[in-house]
Ligand binder design. Structure first.
Ligand code: PEP
Length: 256
């Protein structure tokens, strides 16, 4: 089995001005010190990306990511931001298909797929999110839905492109609710995702792809979640907003 380096990313959502982001990064770098036990990404709002990138210059294990992008390369899309613009600002990663984008902005698997392809085309690593609602889980539809989200969101990607992709399993009912999936629930779905990756891209890609868990991860539960065999890190919302708490979470998750 491939040794997968864990990747823990903070998703600040629509929080922190550029000024607040600067203060966060200074405090976070003090907290995290020389720790390099996993890959770390701070996914900031567009308006803070440049500030975060500049402040991270001295910390090679921590990079900056965006939370969304537009699928087209340029043109008359007022208010939108392209992959090249993010790459030019120093972004390493971009989240695509977050459940809030799917729910509030109508993003389908087909759009998520176009966004992932646009990101890869500009040298960005997409963090592709999938996950079921509580309604789907209660109806026993989690496996079918998550497999189809994976297949739809990653359609047409090559094995080489897949080396740049991170998948995030984020059950919608666990995001921002304080109710995380149990390690066993999360591991079960991660197993299905890895199996779907095997069907789509072969065993080598399935074995090498990092699959993060997201949904109410905190310092106190990061170790048990990240310690599961198919969980390769975390995508963290609320608990990534506090520099000390996020640094504690990272150390716990990376050591698992
Ligand atoms: C997220 O926004 O991706 C997320 C997982 O949020 P939270 O950690 O707050 O549940």
């Amino acid at each position: 089995m491939a040794k997968r380096t864990k990747i823990i990313a903070g998703n600040w959502k629509m929080n922190k001005t550029a000024t607040e982001a600067k203060a966060f990064v200074e405090a976070f770098l003090t907290e995290i010190g020389s720790f390099a036990g996993c890959e770390m990404v701070l996914c900031a709002p567009f308006t803070a990306l440049e500030t975060v990138h500049r402040r991270l210059a001295s910390a090679p294990s921590v990079t900056v990511g965006a939370q969304n992008l537009h699928q087209e390369a340029s043109g008359a899309f007022t208010g939108e931001v392209s992959a090249a613009m993010l790459q030019d600002l120093g972004c390493s990663h971009v989240i695509v298909g977050h459940s809030e984008r799917r729910q509030y902005f109508g993003e389908t698997d087909a759009i998520v797929n176009k966004k992932a392809i646009a990101a890869l085309g500009a040298g960005l690593k997409p963090i592709v999110c999938v996950g079921e609602t509580l309604e789907v889980r209660d109806a026993g539809g989690t496996e079918k839905l998550v497999r189809s989200q994976v297949a739809g969101s990653l359609a047409g990607l090559t094995q080489e492109q897949m080396a740049q992709v991170v998948v995030a399993y984020e059950p919608v009912w666990a995001i921002g609710t304080g109710r995380n999936a149990t390690p066993a629930q999360a591991q079960e779905v991660h197993g299905w995702i890895r199996d779907e990756l095997k069907k789509l891209f072969g065993a080598g890609v399935a074995d090498a792809t990092r699959i993060q868990y997201g949904g109410s991860v905190k310092a106190s539960n990061a170790a048990e979640l990240c310690g599961q065999p198919d969980i390769d890190g975390a995508l963290v919302g609320g608990a990534s907003l506090d520099p000390k708490g996020f640094a504690d979470l990272i150390r716990a998750g990376a050591a698992a």
